[in-house]
Design a protein around this ligand. Structure first.
Ligand SMILES: NC(=O)c1ccc[n+]([C@@H]2O[C@H](COP(=O)([O-])OP(=O)(O)OC[C@H]3O[C@@H](n4cnc5c(N)ncnc54)[C@H](OP(=O)(O)O)[C@@H]3O)[C@@H](O)[C@H]2O)c1
Length: 258
C-alpha cells in the first residue's frame, strides 16, 4: 500500500522525488525500489523522517509500535503522521510517542489508488487540527475519493472499502468465467464484466439513485435479468457479501485488540 501511494503521489507531483524518502525492512528491497522509483530508499526509519513535513506509516499493524518507537527521538510536533495501518488506533500511535503531542491522522485507503480510483476514509487523532485533516484529504484526493469519518467507523471502512476490491475482483473473475461458460472468448468476457461493473458503479455515484431502483430499471418483466437475479438470490449472494464485510470488520477489531 505504501508503494502504491508513493508511486501515485509522485506521478501526480504532490511529492517531489528530491524531497521524498522511503524506508522498507530489507536492504535488497530498498536498492530495487530506489532504482524503480528514483527516490531515496533506505532502512533507517529514524534518519528518514528528519525534516519531513508528513510521515506515512504503511507497515503492518503489528509493526507500527516498533516503528513509532524508532522514530520517536526525531519526531517533532510540527510533523504530521499519517498511518494507513488497519486496526491501529490514533491513540496507540500517540501513546507510542508519549509526551510529544504529535498530530496523527489515520487513513484507510484501498488498492485502486494506484490508478487514481481509490477510496480513502480519514479520521483524526487528539492532537490533529483541521488543517492536518485537510492536508491528508488533499493527498488522498489525488488518488481517488476521500471521506472523513469518526474513528469508531474505521473497522467498518476496513471491512467494506479497504478489503472490498478483493471481493469485487472475485465477482469480476466469476462473471468472466460465466462469460466463458456461455461461449465468449475470455478476453471479451473479462472486458464485458469489468466495464459493466465500472458502468454500474459510475451510475450509482453520478445519479445518487438507490441501487435497488437502478436494478429494477434493468429488470424487464418476464425478461432475462429476473431469471439471473433469482439464481443470485438462491445462491445467497446478498447475505454472503454482507457476511464477508461483517467478518472483515470483526477481524479489523480483533487485530486492534491483539
Ligand atoms: N493492502 C491493502 O489493500 C491495504 C489497504 C489499506 C490499508 N492497508 C494497510 O497498509 C499496511 C501495509 O499493508 P501491505 O498490504 O502494503 O503490506 P506489505 O505488502 O507486507 O508491506 C509492508 C511494507 O512494510 C515494510 N516494513 C516492514 N517492517 C518495516 C520496518 N520496521 N521499517 C520500515 N519498513 C518496514 C516492508 O518492507 P520489505 O518490503 O523490505 O519487507 C514492506 O514494504 C497494513 O497496515 C495494512 O493494514 C493495506
Amino acid at each position: 500500500m505504501g508503494g502504491i501511494l508513493l508511486k501515485a503521489l509522485l506521478v501526480k507531483k504532490l511529492l517531489s522525488p528530491q524531497a521524498t524518502v522511503a524506508t522498507v525492512a530489507h536492504e535488497d528491497r530498498a536498492r530495487t525500489l530506489k532504482e524503480k522509483l528514483g527516490i531515496a530508499v533506505g532502512t533507517d526509519n529514524r534518519s528518514a523522517i528528519a525534516g519531513a513535513n508528513s510521515i506515512f506509516v504503511c507497515v503492518k499493524p503489528q509493526v507500527v509500535q516498533e516503528v513509532m518507537e524508532q522514530i520517536r527521538p526525531e519526531l517533532t510536533a510540527d510533523q504530521l503522521v499519517i498511518s494507513v495501518a488497519a486496526s491501529v488506533h490514533t491513540r496507540q500511535i500517540e501513546d507510542a510517542v508519549e509526551g510529544k503531542l504529535i498530530p496523527v491522522v489515520r487513513a484507510m485507503p484501498n488498492t485502486p489508488c494506484v490508478l487514481g480510483q481509490g477510496m480513502t476514509a480519514i479520521c483524526k487523532g487528539r492532537f490533529a487540527k483541521p488543517e492536518h485533516v485537510q492536508t491528508a484529504c488533499a493527498l488522498f484526493d489525488t488518488v481517488g475519493k476521500t471521506v472523513v469519518v469518526d474513528e469508531k467507523h474505521m473497522d467498518a471502512v476496513t471491512g467494506l472499502s479497504a478489503s472490498g476490491p478483493a471481493y469485487i475482483y472475485i465477482i469480476l473473475e466469476s462473471l468472466a468465467e460465466a462469460g466463458v461458460k456461455v461461449g465468449l472468448p475470455r478476453d471479451i468476457a473479462t472486458l464485458l464484466a469489468a466495464q459493466t461493473t465500472l458502468g454500474a458503479a459510475t451510475v450509482v455515484l453520478e445519479t445518487g439513485d438507490h441501487p435497488a431502483l437502478l436494478k429494477d430499471a434493468v429488470t424487464t418483466p418476464a425478461g432475462c435479468t429476473i431469471d439471473g437475479i433469482m439464481e443470485l438470490e438462491e445462491g445467497k449472494l446478498r447475505v454472503t457479501l454482507i457476511k464477508a464485510v461483517v467478518k472483515a470488520a470483526q477481524r479489523a477489531k480483533e487485530l486492534a485488540n491483539s
